[in-house]
Design a protein around this ligand. Structure first.
Ligand code: HEC
Length: 188
């Protein structure tokens, strides 16, 4: 019955939230959020550099458009990110993530909770640093991590500065344009 020893703890862990799961495995909520962020941020940069910036800005082969379906265009980096967040949610993930900004093109992407508002301001004021907080939402405790989102290629800046709905028109390369917010449940 050796296998039972392995099966039981795995079943127990499956019932816990991401935060509880992380601490049960000896990983802190922060290190789990940091690891998730590293993958999300890398994929986001790869898509922006290798697909959008190369094909739209450098080789001028195809454009990226928020109306990508009608325009037969590339999905915007932010739409790519949200599509992943929604699919992850649909798969039943206990954690969630979003891309927000103090200057959102899409008003849906503004900060809502106190931790989001504080975090967005913090990553703009303290370049290179992340913001971590615990918050209670709807009676549940969460670990919330806020990571700066940088203008890594010219396409980020040109598109936002030229967008009719952008409240800020003077972004420069290297600026913090917004933030990735990752939320892990702590209660299990
Ligand atoms: C071709 C245009 C385009 C490019 C390129 C682009 N963005 Fe955006 N970005 C948008 C639009 C439009 C939205 C709103 C999309 C939505 O939520 O449906 C958005 C959303 C965002 C948001 C969420 C807040 C908001 O403004 O709504 C952030 C942060 C952001 N972009 C940063 C970046 C960064 C950093 C890059 C480069 C890595 C980048 N964008 C590249 C057009 C663009």
């Amino acid at each position: 019955m050796k296998s039972m020893k392995v099966v039981v703890p795995v079943l127990l862990l499956a019932g816990l939230g991401a935060g509880a799961l992380a601490s049960a495995a000896g990983i802190t909520p922060q290190s789990m959020a940091d690891a998730l962020h590293m993958v999300l941020d890398t994929d986001r940069t790869v898509y922006t550099k290798l697909i959008v910036n190369r094909l739209q800005n450098e080789e001028k082969v195809i454009k990226a458009s928020e109306h990508w379906k009608e325009d037969k265009a590339l999905v915007l980096p932010a739409q790519m990110f949200r599509a992943g967040a929604e699919m992850t949610h649909d798969k039943g993930a206990t954690f969630s993530y979003s891309l927000l900004s103090l200057w959102p093109v899409n008003k849906q992407n503004k900060a809502r909770t106190d931790a989001e508002k504080q975090g967005l301001q913090y990553v703009v004021d303290n370049k290179g640093k992340n913001f971590y907080a615990e918050e209670t939402l709807g009676g549940k405790k969460y670990f919330t991590a806020v990571y700066p989102d940088y203008a890594v290629v010219p396409a980020c800046v040109t598109c936002h500065n030229g967008h009719k709905d952008s409240p800020k028109k003077d972004f420069k390369i290297g600026d913090v344009m917004g933030a990735v917010v990752i939320r892990l449940p702590l209660d299990g």
